[in-house]
Design a protein around this ligand. Structure first.
Ligand SMILES: N=c1c2ncn([C@@H]3O[C@H](COP(=O)(O)OP(=O)(O)OP(=O)(O)O)[C@@H](O)[C@H]3O)c2ncn1[C@@H]1O[C@H](COP(=O)(O)O)[C@@H](O)[C@H]1O
Length: 108
């Protein structure tokens, strides 16, 4: 199983690209172009996820979702946020379901 540490490493890489050369680094180029360009990529990749899902090719879906996750991570970094903020929000939402998760896991 691939470790979620990749999010840690990728986020650190994204932060390091703030001062990198836009001619060498794709992320630095996006940061340099600014929020509009990043949002455009997030929009494009969202559409590509939808098209891949309709297509039904599982590898294609995974690749497009990876593109979308990556560009949303770039957006978070641009806004001074990170994956940790999103993970914290997801953790905060644990338990909002009407289903008793412990009982469901036990098969009750
Ligand atoms: N995970 C990714 C990643 N996923 C996708 N991409 C790039 O995202 C771009 C968008 O893909 P598209 O399919 O839209 O292709 P495109 O039409 O060429 O895109 P545009 O240049 O027109 O926006 C491509 O150039 C991909 O290479 C990524 N670029 C970088 N990373 C990670 O970011 C790190 C830093 O990258 P650099 O900033 O390039 O050093 C890398 O080590 C990787 O870990």
């Amino acid at each position: 199983m691939v470790s979620a540490d990749i999010l840690e490493r990728l986020s650190a890489t994204l932060v390091s690209r703030r001062d990198a050369d836009p001619n060498v680094s794709y992320v630095a180029k996006l940061f340099h172009k600014g929020q509009e360009a990043i949002l455009k990529k997030v929009g494009e990749e969202s559409v590509e996820v939808i098209m891949a899902a309709k297509d039904g090719d599982k590898l294609h879906i995974v690749r497009e979702v990876a593109d979308l996750w990556f560009h949303t991570l770039v957006l978070l970094a641009h806004e001074g946020l990170s994956h940790e903020d999103v993970l914290a929000e997801l953790a905060r939402r644990e338990g909002i379901s009407g289903i008793d998760e412990k009982a469901a896991r036990k098969g009750h």
